[in-house]
Design a protein around this ligand. Sequence first.
Ligand SMILES: [Zn+2]
Length: 242
Amino acid sequence: MITNIRNRFRISRSLFVIFSITASLIACGQTGGYTRPAVTDNYDVYKKQVKSDPVKKMLELKKLIPGIIYDLRYASVNNFMKRLMYPAGTNITFLRAPAANALSQVQVELNQKGLGLKIFDAYRPYSVTVKFWELVKDERYVANPSKGSGHNRGTTVDLTIINLQTKKELNMGTDFDNFSDSAHHGFTALPEDVLQNRILLKTTMEKYGFKPYNDEWWHYSFFDGKQYEILDIDFKKLKKAL
Ligand SMILES: [Zn+2]
């Protein structure tokens, strides 16, 4: 009898704990202002996805693209958040194989003109998108995590063009992550050389399958992005050979 009462007490206590956790999760979801989409956050699951469909492989850009330069802004405090969003010292970045291969063709074409690519950001783990959202909560500046972004899927890249000799960036009129109208493709009240530099980046990226985003001259997404899972796997794990 006593055992039965104890068991009943345990069961009701467990139910109470489950209820409390569920209630707090619902509350978190509401205050967070987003619903978590399906996310691949387990390396072994990612490995299986790649095994059944090799185009899903994430390739490290420097390994594939000779001479590509990194200025990974979220691995430093030189970004609009003024804080480190990636682990300090992160100096690797990734795209899915078809996007990475297309970007390597962009580099070849630019190199023939004495120019090259500089990368500000590419793959961004989903948990970092959530972190951005929790800090800013404004869709004008950061993506709502409900859908996940092309950066999370490994098919979107933020970049500019440099002169190979001087290593300096071509003048694009604004810095990366400038949220004013002057960063828009439709904004034409800019010096002719700035407009030409943006057009060069846009036409070369489009030629190899990337789509521009009107509000950010630096942001390009590979055309077939939606077929890839949203990932939340850290850079170091992705670096491991499959
Ligand atoms: Zn971007």
